[in-house]
Design a protein around this ligand. Structure first.
Ligand code: SF4
Ligand code: FE
Length: 482
């Protein structure tokens, strides 16, 4: 396994083509805007080295029998699924950001069971390809980005009906030794901090979409791949030199539009190639695992936000007010409800044909549907407790200013014994989580990440079994079944 420092060096040594603000970036490791997001992934390596987290962060590989980071693991039991959620809560607590490495883990588990079933039906070599690939990933302790979301163009048209065929990633050339692909993937979490990218199709497909039913893995610095980093609210505060105004100066997340401009994929790195009837299965499983994930990571970030709200109440001298206490109870209730869903869909997990464990799909979708709502209410209550100073406080430079500093110190002070700087630090953290760079991960990603709310509602409709519920009602009401 790699240490955190080895991980940073390994990313620095890659030739990943990254663009931001119209300029080429040498490495995420040396960009002040991207470095916090790299630190969040680094935390998944650092925590794995700590004896107190060994049971959560590491596990024995079922392929090699060696100790590996849980982020590279294929879940072997419902307990593994539960430990995954617990690990994500821990990482959320330690970073207060998106630590990005889960998308790869969720892709591994979805591809593992799906390729097994594709091979069984079509006698293809994908399961073996994938197992060999995964052994390499586990051995080298790599971070792998799972890339699913295509740009999609006209949402009313299938991939092969788009006026621009590249709006869904597709095969443009078939060779004896592999395929050439073209297209893009949007909102790619952690791509600049990843060694590899696993591409998957984004929707269920029909036979005419054959060239779009493609799944594979390549190194992120493969020729033809480049990324355009997405902006985040308050991102340029990271260039100002201070620490307080960033709210969370050490950790963050990142997303990018990733372009695949005629990228060659060798045969042994292909996990699906034209088997359109399995495209939907792969999408559903990946989405299911990632919807489970949100019952861990967002809860951990929520813990930090609740803690920040409680702290600012202390610093404001409002902690004893009954409505403040009640708001903290409400935030805790909402946060633990999300966790309950993450644990429940894991505990109800079941074995797939390939041998790994899949979450309960209905409960995983209920989990994510709640995540599209509760973090917003938790954020609203945190803002309520914080007060307006959260968005009107002067900058760190004013606090440090020779003339202005003493006035900021004097007039923005709360209770005795707590320096004004502490008050500002906590307010900036709440701002960061609810409105700033981290709000991408805590709010909008809670809405759209792992699929927008309607996607979960479709799955809930499919899995909810209303017909059986009608039978239950009929039996109680003594209505004869017809
Ligand atoms: Fe992991 Fe959560 Fe980020 Fe997804 S949003 S990659 S589950 S931390
Ligand atoms: Fe996400």
């Amino acid at each position: 396994m790699m240490t955190g420092e080895q991980y940073v060096e390994s990313i620095r040594s890659m030739k990943t083509e990254i663009y931001m603000f119209g300029e080429k970036i040498n490495s995420a490791a040396d960009s002040p805007i991207l470095r916090p997001s790299l630190n969040s992934v680094k935390a998944t390596y650092d925590l794995a080295e700590k004896p107190e987290y060994e049971d959560l962060m590491t596990v024995t590989s079922h392929l090699t029998g060696k100790k590996i980071n849980r982020f590279c693991h294929i879940h072997q039991s419902a307990e593994d699924l539960i430990n995954k959620v617990k690990m994500q809560r821990l990482c959320g607590q330690k970073t207060a950001a998106c630590f990005q490495r889960c998308v790869g883990m969720d892709a591994f588990n979805a591809i593992y069971s799906t390729t097994f079933e594709v091979d069984k039906k079509y006698n293809t070599p994908y399961f073996n390809n994938f197992k060999e690939y995964l052994k390499m990933v586990q051995e080298k302790d790599l971070t792998v980005d799972g890339a699913m979301t295509d740009p999609k163009g006209d949402r009313g048209l299938a991939p092969s009906q788009q006026s621009d065929p590249d709006l869904y990633l597709h095969v443009v050339e078939r060779r004896a030794d592999g395929v050439v692909v073209r297209g893009a993937k949007s909102h790619q979490t952690g791509i600049s901090n990843s060694h590899e990218v696993i591409v998957m199709p984004t929707i269920a497909m029909r036979p005419e979409d054959k060239d779009y039913a493609i799944s594979f893995a390549v190194p992120v610095d493969t020729k033809g791949i480049f990324m355009i980093v997405g902006r985040q609210s308050c991102d340029t505060r990271k260039l100002e030199g201070g620490k307080i105004d960033m709210g969370n100066s050490e950790f963050g997340g990142m997303e990018a539009l990733v372009v695949f401009d005629n990228v060659f994929v060798p045969n042994d790195r292909i996990f699906l190639n034209g088997e359109t009837d399995f495209s939907g299965v792969l999408v559903e499983r990946f989405a299911g695992y990632h919807r489970q994930s949100y019952g861990g990571c967002k809860v951990g970030v929520g813990d930090v936000l609740i803690g920040a709200a409680a702290l600012i109440a202390d610093y404001n001298g409002a902690a004893k007010a009954s409505h403040v206490k009640d708001k903290l109870i409400e935030m805790t209730h909402l946060n633990e409800t999300l966790y309950s869903c993450g644990i429940a869909c894991s505990a109800q997990g079941s074995k797939t044909e390939s041998g790994n464990y899949l979450i309960d799909m209905l409960l995983a979708n209920v989990c994510k549907q709640n995540v599209t709502r509760y973090p917003y209410e938790i954020a609203r209550l945190a803002e309520d407790i914080a007060g307006g100073l959260m968005v009107t406080a002067p900058s760190e430079k004013d606090l440090r200013h020779e003339k202005l500093g003493p006035y900021v110190e004097k007039y923005l002070k709360g209770v005795d014994g707590v320096p004004t700087e502490y008050r500002l630090r906590v307010l900036r953290l709440i701002e960061n989580l609810t409105l700033g760079a981290a709000a991408v991960g805590y709010r909008t990603e809670s809405m759209h990440g792992a699929g927008s709310p309607q996607a979960q509602r479709i799955m809930i409709a499919r899995q909810g079994n209303i017909a059986q519920k009608k039978d239950l009602a009929k039996a109680i009401a003594k209505i004869d079944k017809k």
